[in-house]
Write a protein that binds this ligand. Structure first.
Ligand code: ADP
Length: 247
């Protein structure tokens, strides 16, 4: 039997009677890269918000690491290891890349910022922060204020701050949105590199990114699962082709 890190059953969300997500089943296998795709308005973002508990489902259950998390708060879900990479707005522009990662490391320890007062703790945090910045290719930008980084580099920093929380399941929200081709290639390489020991669920519009990275793909349309499988099977699916052409 598959070892699923996350399972959602019958997940639904109504906004004043409008079903944005309806009866969605989702199984994310441990160690896989799973993509959630679909035309605009398909319900991808709502699904992400439901899984991370930023939204409370109208119906359905969510099980993470064998525990029912349906009633938990976002912070509790994150503490258990399901972490969503936020859009750039969550990166503090006036702080350096290094400081941003240090803050994320402090958050991963329950928001304890005492390390700033202890030299030893500070040096452990610094070492780990440098390591993470190295991992995402930002070693040369350690002291650069985040606001001065290029768009692609900000996204890399955002991934470093997510990695600082040591996620078991990482949710990436359109990791290549708005990027130049060379930045896209860099982020794809980075995602390949950080997948080791982790499971990644991503919403992504760029289908060449999806085809190159994903082990499994769930296609949503109008709030429902339209198809699921590897890239070859979903891209040949008549219903998927029709949904994309119609969007
Ligand atoms: P996607 O991310 O696939 O583009 P969304 O999950 O953002 O889709 O939206 C799915 C549908 O739900 C859309 O029709 C959207 O207008 C609607 N929707 C999303 N959030 C809300 C909300 N807070 N209130 C009302 N309708 C919403």
């Amino acid at each position: 039997m598959a070892d699923n890190i996350l399972e959602a059953r019958g997940l639904s969300k109504a906004f004043r009677g409008f079903m944005a997500v309806q009866d969605v089943d989702l199984s994310i296998e441990r160690g896989s890269i799973h993509a959630l795709i679909g035309p605009n308005g398909a319900g991808k973002t709502t699904c992400f918000n439901l899984l991370t508990k930023f939204l409370q489902p109208s119906a359905g259950r969510i099980v993470f690491e064998g525990r029912d998390i349906t009633e938990l708060k976002p912070a509790d879900v994150a503490r258990r290891g399901m972490v969503r990479s936020f859009q750039i707005s969550a990166v503090f522009g006036h702080m350096s890349a290094l400081e941003n990662v240090r803050v994320a490391l402090a958050r991963s320890r329950g928001g304890n910022f005492d390390f700033w007062r202890s030299e030893r703790a500070l040096s452990v945090f610094n070492d780990r922060a440098h390591e993470l910045l190295y991992d995402v290719g930002l070693s040369d930008s350690v002291d650069v204020p985040a606001a001065e980084l290029s768009y692609g580099r900000k996204r890399a920093l955002e991934i470093a701050t997510t990695l600082a929380l040591d996620p078991k399941l990482m949710l990436l929200d359109e990791p290549t949105a708005g990027m130049t081709e060379s930045d896209v290639a860099r982020i794809v390489a980075l995602i390949r590199q950080i997948r080791s020991g982790r499971t990644i669920l991503m919403v992504e519009h760029n289908l060449s990114v999806v085809s190159g990275l994903s082990d499994r793909i769930t296609v949503l349309a109008r709030g429902r699962v339209l198809a699921e499988g590897d890239y070859a099977s979903v891209s040949a699916d008549e219903a998927v082709i029709t949904a994309y052409l119609g969007s």
